[in-house]
Design a binder for this molecule. Structure first.
Ligand SMILES: *Cc1c(COP(=O)(O)O)cnc(C)c1O
Length: 396
């Protein structure tokens, strides 16, 4: 089909032409004497995206999942207890990974559509007088349900109780799109992936590590090879890697970080908030429900839309793809067939969001979902117009 394909799944996301162009380079000598002149400032600037000065950001070749693996393998020992909560496919898979590593996972089951249960975290941590819980896991943005959780709230609980557990955050679909403050929130390991907010191809796990996490790596007993933080830190300090880095992707990362910093993180977050508001306005206007139960959970990077009873959400997704070259996210596991997901993160603007919503309306209309064509797009137009006006006034 002629024309651009619409890529509105929550990852991979749309890649800016500037990033594509940055990768059209000859392969490089990653042991060259001048390579550190590229690597050192790059790693320093990636730290700004994580909002950390005290920590380090390590870049591994791998997808986001490998970042989880690095967190566990570097800081924990077999049988260590970790506290987690499951409210979607990604928080579920993280627990599964911990179990495969022989950890003792206390995974709180939460209704899908809600997020990290702060009260239960508080109760469990308060009851843990011997500090047997070594790490607390938070999926900042559950991409399967479009739910954002309160990382700062978890840090507050740990501090109030004086509990020394490490705080791990899955920020794969939040970091670089939704406000994430590694230092302020006392996050010990924060995991991002290149194909979401960083607007790049898949292939890099971008991992923020605190001094406390680095210290834990000295005594933690789980086996690790490729992902050993100590090797990476030692080599990075000199501007190199312990093995061949994905140098072409690092060129892309350079431009990604430049673009994010040029726009300004506050503006990046505000843009995501504005565009997400338009998607939510459309969902309301369609008379459909957001899978996230309440505004406190609404995600600014992905919205899972619950289809009416009797409709298979996969029909919407297939119709959108087959007829209109529009990729939406599917429902995973418990919400399979019940939701389709609109990704609204990364390199995205007002017109692209309207394109996605228009395409969703086409597909929903084709499969017989009852709504007045144009109401969702209309609501989004009103939202964006008003939000744009407010932004221009604020800038004056
Ligand atoms: C995409 C995603 C992952 C998995 O990342 P991969 O790059 O596919 O390994 C993990 N957690 C969240 C929240 C995600 O959105």
């Amino acid at each position: 089909m002629p024309g651009f394909k619409g890529l509105y799944m929550p990852g991979p996301t749309n890649m800016p032409f500037r990033i594509r162009a940055a990768m059209d380079v000859a392969l490089e000598d990653h042991r060259a004497p001048d390579y550190p002149q590229f690597i050192k400032p790059l790693l320093a600037d990636v730290k700004k995206i994580f909002q950390t000065e005290a920590g380090h950001v390590l870049v591994f070749t791998g997808s986001g999942t490998s970042g989880w693996e690095s967190a566990v393998a570097n800081t924990l020992s077999p049988g260590d207890k970790v506290l987690a909560s499951v409210f979607g496919q990604f928080s579920l898979l993280w627990v599964d990974l911990c179990q495969r590593f022989g950890l003792d996972v206390d995974a709180i089951d939460v209704e899908w559509g809600k997020g990290v249960p702060l009260d239960q975290y508080r109760d469990k941590l308060a009851a843990d007088k011997t500090h047997s819980i070594k790490a607390v896991l938070v999926t900042h943005n559950e991409t399967a349900t479009g739910v954002t959780s309160d990382v700062a709230g978890v840090r507050r609980i740990l501090d109030e109780l004086g509990h020394p557990a490490l705080l791990f955050v899955d920020g794969v679909s939040s970091i670089a799109s939704i406000d994430f403050r590694m230092d302020e929130w006392g996050v010990d390991v924060a995991v991002a992936g290149s194909q979401k907010g960083f607007m790049m191809p898949t292939g890099l796990a971008i991992v923020g590590v605190s001094q406390k996490a680095i210290k834990a790596a000295d005594t933690a007993k789980l086996p690790r090879g490729f992902f050993d933080y100590r090797d990476m830190l030692k080599n990075n300090a000199a501007g190199y890697f312990p093995y061949t880095p994905a140098a072409t992707l690092l060129r892309a990362l350079r431009v990604s970080v430049d673009m994010l910093l040029e726009e300004g993180l506050a503006n990046v977050f505000a843009r995501h908030r504005r565009l997400a508001g338009a998607v939510r306005a459309a969902v309301d206007a369609w008379g459909l429900r957001n899978c996230a139960h309440a505004p406190q959970w609404f995600s600014d990077t992905v919205t899972a839309v619950v289809v009416p009873d009797g409709v298979d959400a996969n029909d919407v997704i297939k119709t959108a793809y087959n007829r209109y070259d529009l990729s939406l996210g599917g429902g995973l596991n418990k919400v399979a067939g019940k939701v389709f997901r609109i990704g609204h993160l990364g390199w995205l603007n007002e017109i692209m969001v309207l394109q996605a919503l228009g395409g969703v309306e086409l597909a929903m209309h084709d499969v017989g979902i009852k709504f007045e064509p144009g109401v969702g797009v209309g609501a989004a137009v009103r939202h964006l117009s008003k939000a744009g006006e407010a932004m221009r006034l604020a800038a004056e």
